[in-house]
Design a protein around this ligand. Structure first.
Ligand code: AMP
Length: 190
């Protein structure tokens, strides 16, 4: 399977690039943020639990996220591959993902990390907030907290894949298609 971790801070363009990648490589998309928003919209217990973390821009506890992804992966085992978007966000999640995939006889092919300066992220997130309807995209303090949480809790995940020789960094500023081409150059070598 072609299993890609698309990594980067909030506003880096993971969702946009995921859409293009699933089409190009005919693989499935697992976005934990989208899954949580779906649960929220449907008012499930999981959605209610996740809401208080999401509203503040904090991470939902690892065991909750991992359980949700485990269930989702089971439905994707026949796929050619999977893009993980917004997951893993902690080293504990990365380790859990490795063991989940190993049990299913597969593994992560590589991590593509989008690099975008902080000021650009804030501008993009606020712009997205005008149409996304997401409260966490509209409030300066929440945006700041999401970036802080990324720097403190999520960045070490890049190091985790780097140690396995699986990290590729891509400059994530510029035309969407140019960034996409750079990602494809990396993915084609997996
Ligand atoms: P996103 O759409 O990826 O920016 O995620 C929106 C929110 O969902 C985050 O700010 C977190 O509260 C929660 N979330 C999404 N993915 C994860 C994850 N892998 N681990 C913990 N919380 C997550």
């Amino acid at each position: 399977m072609l299993n890609i971790v698309l990594f980067g801070p909030p506003g880096a363009g993971k969702g946009t690039q995921s859409e293009k990648l699933i089409e190009r490589y005919n693989i499935e998309h697992i976005s934990t943020g989208d899954l949580f928003r779906k649960h929220l919209g449907e008012g499930t217990d999981l959605g209610k639990l996740a809401r208080k973390y999401m509203d503040e821009g904090n991470l939902v506890p690892d065991e909750v996220v991992i359980g949700m992804v485990d269930e989702k992966i089971n439905g994707s085992l026949d796929a050619k591959g999977v893009i993980f978007d917004g997951f893993p966000r902690t080293v504990a999640q990365a380790k859990a993902l490795d063991s989940l995939l190993e049990k299913k006889g597969t593994s992560i092919s590589g991590m593509v990390a989008l690099q975008v300066p902080e000021e650009e992220l804030k501008t993009r997130i606020k712009e997205r907030g005008k149409t996304s309807g997401r409260s966490d995209d509209q409030d300066d303090e929440k945006i700041k907290n999401r970036i802080r949480v990324y720097n403190d809790e999520t960045l070490p995940v890049a190091n985790y894949y780097d140690m396995q020789g699986k990290l590729s960094k891509i400059h994530g500023v510029g035309a969407i298609d140019e960034i996409f081409q750079k990602i494809c150059t990396v993915v084609d070598k997996y």
